[in-house]
Design a protein around this ligand. Structure first.
Ligand SMILES: N[C@@H](CCC(=O)N[C@@H](CS)C(=O)NCC(=O)O)C(=O)O
Length: 215
């Protein structure tokens, strides 16, 4: 099974790429951008009119939404052991956490990074950003408490949720007033462990040696 992935450095597509590396499936990256001043490839817009990455393509099908792609790939490649099976006792926490990441943590990031999507006028954007930063503190705290003393997010087993968690930590920018990863010690412990995986080193190599990394 091979894949194509609309991709941009620094974006949510990096988590999908790490999954493809963990799975060991052949894949091709299709260059896109998250720069708001640059156009998106028309082929990407035809598949995702929102203009976001990631967009995953296989056979004659395509899908977007990072959490949905994460679930799809985890189920499609059970041999990679990235997702608890449907009847596994960890399945509920797995689904809950991925949807919370996408729905609540990513939403908090969006308030700060894309305030124009939430504020009616330009004057209101700073307020949306302030709320986004507070929301980041609130949602990361919920996740930190949820993890507690667990080795990985789901307990003793590594999963795609840990990859997703790591990806989200790389978006934190204390220089913008966002919290530091180290304010959430349980999150940081897992993010550090994920960072030592070969797949993550390969995908994030240039990104994590840059000076923008939020640690
Ligand atoms: N809900 C979407 C959001 C994806 C998203 O926000 N992607 C960002 C990069 S992390 C993006 O493409 N931003 C550029 C844009 O919004 O035009 C998902 O989880 O896949």
């Amino acid at each position: 099974m091979s894949y194509k992935l609309f991709y941009a450095p620094g974006s949510a597509a990096m988590g999908t790429r790490v999954m493809l590396e963990e799975i060991g499936a052949p894949y091709e990256l299709l260059e896109s951008t998250i720069d708001m001043d640059k156009p998106r490839p028309p082929e990407q817009l035809a598949l995702n009119p929102n203009g976001w990455v990631p967009v995953l393509i296989w056979d004659d099908k395509a899908m977007y939404e990072c959490a949905a792609i994460t679930m799809f790939l985890g189920d499609r490649h059970p041999e990679a052991n990235l997702a608890p099976a449907v009847n596994d006792p960890d399945r509920g926490l797995y689904l809950q956490t991925l949807v919370y990441f996408s729905n609540s943590v990513q939403n908090a990031f969006q308030l700060d990074y894309y305030p124009d999507r939430f504020a009616d006028t330009q004057n209101d954007e700073a307020s949306a950003q302030r709320r986004g930063i507070r929301r980041l503190c609130e949602t990361w705290k919920v996740i930190d408490n949820q993890i507690g003393t667990n080795r990985w997010v789901l307990g003793e087993r590594f999963s795609s949720v840990d990859i997703y968690l790591f990806m989200l930590t790389t978006w934190l920018r204390p220089s913008r007033g966002q919290p530091k990863v180290s304010e959430f010690p349980n999150v940081k412990r897992i993010a550090d462990a994920v960072l030592s995986r070969e797949s993550v080193g390969k995908v994030y190599k240039e990104w994590i040696t840059g000076d923008t990394y939020g640690y």
